[in-house]
Design a protein around this ligand. Structure first.
Ligand code: S5P
Length: 479
């Protein structure tokens, strides 16, 4: 085995998978040794050898468990190693997705398996064991069992103990010490460099990296808007909207994307009694003036709906402050809620804080978008939700396409891209039906634009959408 370890280590050094020098690690620590096993994908013979050694390591160990039913590589570097092992030993694999897809089947674990199947987890190298534990957690969440983990390299920085605490046996082909010994023997590591490597290892013997929370999954809300209004006492506008929905028995918002004052006002008056929110894009109104805002306000009081300027702020905090409070539109003076992108970071929320809290306006963060190819997915969406949670006095909810398990119930979820008939437009918009959105996707308010304002009779069409959306909400509650 020693000879074999030497063979692999020297080959890894030769292909630059083991580098010596000065490297800044993700944690900010400067390391004199850097190991990147990703390059092994370019070396099929080596990959096959690694797979073979790793498998033998588990089954030569006296404390090994039963032969596994399945193999699972920790994404991504270990996936080809797991594949090699699977093919060599005729053991099927499962794949753990790092993020559940935003579309399609949304499986966290891909592949065929049965509850209780034992999985051998495969990783290229372990430092603290955090990535391994994330994979184990997801495998267990679908009913699989894990007792053994095999790695090519144990960096000896706490993983073995951490995994043991979680009831897992760690098997490694070689440790960092063995790797270094091999390099020394082969004359690859000498003088001051050797000292640096040893010092670095001593200083970093126990790295503790927190395990990431489970990838949020779609969930349903079975609480009524009335109950949710009580939960929302952290945000005045969310509370107001939940109450208004309960009172008016409507969860319909209309996007009044019309280009003259008269058209928007006419629509608002016609459909006002059906809706809880009228959404505007005031920068598309060619004859916009302050009088328009006065008239719209009067209609909102007459029909009891809230005004939502869909400005989609996205700049740095200082610029956004001016865009919100000044200029031609002075949005802060009349809009009950506005949309905000998270792309510029949390400073954007701070720029609203004073004005929003004073005037009781709510921010809606764009967590997902309805348009094809949108980049608001996966990890980005999660970050948006986290940002909102840190600022729940200002953020009233999300523009999103589905309820995710990490979205607390005090947030209002509003969904655009809703129509009864169409499935798409020619510029990337994608549509779902109101009942699908409210019942299956479990969001709260449907936002409908062209489906209503382009119809022959917007009032009766709005009534139709309102009835379907409200019935769907009631069905959701009763399930
Ligand atoms: O992801 C989004 C977010 C928003 S706010 N997709 C959207 O379509 N919107 C807005 O919803 C969009 O700006 C438009 O005002 C409305 C949808 O209009 P419709 O005519 O396609 O129903």
């Amino acid at each position: 085995m020693e000879n074999e370890i030497e063979k692999i280590v020297l080959k890894l050094n030769e292909i630059d998978a083991v580098k010596l020098g000065e490297f800044k690690l993700k944690s900010g620590i400067i390391s004199p040794i850097y190991i990147d096993l990703r390059v092994t994908v370019s070396e099929p013979k080596l990959l096959s050898l690694i797979g073979d050694f790793m498998y033998k390591r588990v089954y030569n160990d006296s404390n090994s468990g039963n032969k596994p039913k399945l193999l699972c590589g920790v994404p991504y570097t270990a996936l080809p190693i797991a594949t090699a092992m699977s093919v060599q030993n005729d053991i099927p694999m499962v794949i753990r997705r790092k993020e559940a897809k935003a579309y399609g089947t949304k499986q966290l674990i891909e592949g065929r398996f049965k509850e209780g199947d034992n999985v051998l987890v495969i990783e290229d190298l372990v430092t603290s064991g955090a990535s391994v534990l994330e994979t184990v957690r997801d495998l267990k969440s679908v009913g699989l069992t894990v007792t053994d983990v095999v790695v090519l390299l144990d960096r000896q920085q706490g993983a073995k103990q951490e995994l043991e605490k979680n009831g897992l046996r760690l098997h490694s082909v070689f440790t960092m010490e063995q790797l270094i010994d091999t390099l020394i023997k082969a004359g690859k590591l000498v003088g001051p460099q050797l000292e640096l490597v040893q010092k670095f290892l001593d200083a970093n013997r126990q790295v503790v990296v927190p395990v990431q929370p489970t990838t949020p999954q779609p969930v349903k809300s079975h609480l009524s808007f009335q109950e949710r209004s009580q939960l929302a006492n952290c945000n005045k506008m969310a509370q107001k909207l939940f109450r208004l929905m309960s009172e008016k028995k409507s969860n319909l918002a209309v996007a009044a994307d019309l280009t003259t004052k008269a058209e928007v006002l006419k629509l608002a008056d016609a459909i006002g009694s059906e809706i809880v929110v009228l959404k505007t894009h005031v920068d598309i109104i060619s004859d916009y003036d302050e009088d328009f805002v006065k008239q719209l306000k009067a209609l909102s009081e007459k029909h009891k709906f809230l005004i939502f300027e869909d400005r989609k702020f996205a700049d740095i905090g200082n610029t956004v402050k001016y865009q919100y409070q000044s200029g031609v539109y002075k949005i802060s003076e009349w809009s009950d809620m506005v949309t905000v992108h998270a792309v510029a970071g949390p400073g954007i929320i701070d720029s609203f804080k004073d004005s929003v809290l004073q005037k009781e306006c709510g921010l809606l963060m764009l967590a997902q978008m309805s348009s094809k190819g949108s980049l608001c997915v996966g990890e980005y969406t999660q970050q948006v939700v986290e940002m909102a949670k840190q600022n729940q006095d200002c953020v009233m909810g999300f523009i999103c396409q589905e309820r995710l398990s990490n979205m607390p119930e005090h947030f209002v979820l509003m969904t655009p891209g809703v129509q009864l008939n169409n499935t798409a437009d020619t510029l990337g918009q994608q549509y779902n039906t109101p009942d699908y959105i409210v019942q299956e996707k479990s969001t709260d308010v449907i936002i409908v634009g062209r489906g209503i304002y382009q119809s022959q009779d917007p009032k009766s069409e709005a009534h139709k959408y309102r009835t379907i959306a409200w019935d769907s909400y009631e069905k959701r509650l009763s399930k």
